[in-house]
Design a protein around this ligand. Structure first.
Ligand code: GAP
Length: 436
């Protein structure tokens, strides 16, 4: 695993991730994905969708609007409770998350507890603090031409509510048997007090969430199944090392307002252990609230038994950026000058790179172009590289995680075989073009 600064540098150098609005000096907590980053990000998102939706018979997708009726966020409790504890240094006016400055503190830290810890301001070193205040993390905007209280809208802080508000639409159009899940991938926005650690804590992130609807008395079984499957996904599909993922049972006082049980899956990131994803038992909290706020029944009628009930919900929720960082930091391998991104093949932006041994030999370039087109037709994610010498090309492809480099040389013209070099072992073998 690399150090965080090495990963940030590689991501920028090779076109994976750039600071958001870099040209104007940046915008804290925002990041732009470059050409390679988009490819890796899409592979992650597609693998997630394939694993959780396409391959199953009990999952359905939605893609809801980001702007939602503000009643959504009143009903969900976010207007009242989606708060972080904010504290301001009176000397330098720096603002911080109070719980992050005190060892072992939770989000419900009080002013007394904070002051008792006698922490120094990380910016100016003084201990002249204001009160710990609740800071609502939702971004507000106004819809329409008049900016007043009646036109307030929020940028969604979780994709989950776009699922809950479509639960009835899905039930009334698809008639799914319970248990069933609704999945969504999309942007979520949080006005984080202190965005940090590269893409780990952002103000704009991409969530991949499932709300899995179950009979109320079957939540425990569904929770355990979902928990086991999350590990299969993270370890087998995303290639994360088993020993770097730790399940953390979140105590009641630290759980989100909607949850009766939460397991955070923590990951050993370069800067220490942090939450990668959460698995929550949201009970019927959300459907119950929607039922009250909208006056419409959220009851599900079991076709087999005729029973009616408001389903309970198990929610696995993962941030794309946190998963991206976990994947890249565990794939990062360095030995002296040699840096290799040992990405799993299913995630690597390019599967092959094709080159002519020498760029100034037209016969080699022509043959290499032929091989390139053949592989591109077959595998799509194939890149061409004839820059610099062969050593430099290997270095670049290693850094962007291309598993195989295919080189066309003079022997190719004789026997239709090419050199295939393996990214991880650097071993080279001769392979017939027809067998690629
Ligand atoms: N719908 C439930 C929910 O939003 P959460 O624990 O607040 O729960 C779920 O967020 C996941 O979203 C987190 O485990 C993390 O992967 C990701 N996430 C949340 N806030 C984030 C942020 N500011 N930056 C990047 N990812 C974030």
């Amino acid at each position: 695993m690399g150090k965080l600064e090495d990963i940030v540098s590689l991501c920028k150098r090779r076109g994976f991730i750039f600071p958001g609005s870099d040209i104007y000096g940046g915008m804290a907590g925002t990041w732009d994905f470059g050409p390679l980053g988009v490819m890796l990000k899409r592979n992650i998102m597609q693998s997630w969708w394939h694993f959780w939706v396409d391959q199953r018979d009990d999952m359905y997708g939605v893609d809801a609007a980001i702007l939602m009726n503000p009643r959504t966020w009143i009903a969900s409790g976010h207007v009242d409770t989606f708060n972080d504890p904010l504290v301001e240094c009176k000397a330098c006016h720096g603002r911080f998350r109070a719980d992050k400055l005190v060892d072992g503190a939770t989000e419900s830290i009080t002013t007394e507890e904070f002051l008792k810890a006698n922490v120094k301001c990380p910016t100016c070193g003084k201990t002249d603090w204001g009160e710990v205040k609740k800071f609502n993390m939702m971004f507000t905007t106004h819809v329409g031409p008049v900016a007043d209280d009646g036109s307030i809208a929020y940028l969604r802080p979780e994709t989950a509510q776009g699922i809950f508000t479509n639960y009835k639409n899905v039930v009334d159009t698809i008639y799914p048997d319970i248990p069933f899940g609704i999945a969504q991938q999309g942007k979520a926005f949080r006005n984080e007090i202190s965005p940090r650690d590269f893409i780990l804590r952002d103000r704009e992130c991409t969530q991949m969430e499932i709300e899995y609807f179950v009979k109320p008395d079957q939540w425990e079984e569904a929770f355990e199944q979902m928990r086991a499957l999350q590990h299969v996904f993270l370890e087998e599909q995303m290639g994360l090392p088993v020993d770097k993922i730790h399940d953390y049972e979140v105590p009641a006082e630290d759980r989100a307002h909607y949850s009766k049980r939460t397991i955070d899956m923590m990951f050993d990131y370069p800067n220490g252990e942090e939450e990668l994803m959460g698995l929550a038992y949201r009970t019927d909290f959300d459907l119950g609230n929607i039922q009250r706020e909208s006056g419409k029944s959220m009851e599900y009628r079991d076709k087999n038994t005729g029973e009616t009930f408001v389903p309970h919900v198990i929610e696995p929720s993962i941030g794309l950026e946190r998963l991206f960082l976990a994947i890249v930091s565990s794939a990062y391998w360095q030995d002296g000058d040699r840096v290799v991104l040992r990405l799993p093949e299913n995630l690597a932006p390019y599967k092959f790179c094709v080159s002519p041994l020498l760029k100034n030999k037209p016969e080699l370039v022509e043959k290499a172009q032929e091989v390139y087109k053949l592989l591109k037709d077959k595998y799509t994610f194939v890149t061409w590289d004839d820059s610099g010498n062969i050593g430099k090309r290997y270095k670049k492809q290693d850094e962007i995680g291309t598993p195989k480099c295919v080189v066309v040389d003079f022997d190719t013209l004789e026997d239709d075989s090419v050199t295939v070099r393996d990214r991880d072992t650097t071993e080279q073998e001769r392979v017939k073009i027809s067998e690629l």
